[in-house]
Design a protein around this ligand. Structure first.
Ligand code: T46
Length: 135
């Protein structure tokens, strides 16, 4: 699976009452979603992630608060600040991701293309580098 990372603008249905973002398979989502989870209550100074996925596409949205995501793939390292509920970070394939600087109110919503499987994780950095070489 090709490794790629993209920041995607999510369409807001806004009116005088406020805002709403709607995401569905085939509607503003470039992949089919099989699983949704969210990360919240991350303690101050705690970082998460530190792994890659062999075959998974995910869309990360900071629906509240903010966090910093680093993505390493294809011999480059990128950094993204997620702080808007109308913006999603799409991460495809073999990308080493780390999540840092969670604000105390951060709720990070994640839409995933597949069910949870520990077998899809690469949690060892050296193994990730080796996999990248042979990808
Ligand atoms: C990712 C980043 C952005 C489950 O039982 N089901 C699930 O769907 C998930 C995602 C996790 N878990 C269990 C596995 C661990 O015992 O929840 C615990 C915490 O998971 P993990 O340490 O992998 O969490 P993060 O925050 O380091 O990473 C998560 C996702 O696992 C990962 O796919 O890309 O968020």
């Amino acid at each position: 699976m090709t490794a790629n990372v993209d920041l995607i603008a999510l369409k807001i249905h806004g009116d005088e009452r406020g805002s709403l973002v709607a995401l569905g398979n085939g509607h503003h989502l470039p992949f089919d979603v099989k699983r949704v989870y969210y990360i919240f209550g991350t303690k101050e100074g705690v970082s998460r992630g530190f792994h890659a996925h062999k075959k998974l596409t995910q869309l990360l949205i900071a629906v509240r608060g903010s966090c910093r995501i680093t993505c390493e793939y294809n011999n480059k390292k990128e950094e993204y600040i997620l702080s808007r509920p109308d913006e999603g970070l799409q991460i495809d394939g073999l990308v080493w991701r780390e999540m840092h600087d969670f604000s105390s109110d951060c709720v990070l919503l994640v839409l995933a293309s597949d069910y949870y499987s520990e077998a899809d994780y690469i949690r060892d950095y050296q193994t990730f580098l080796n996999e990248e070489l042979h990808d």
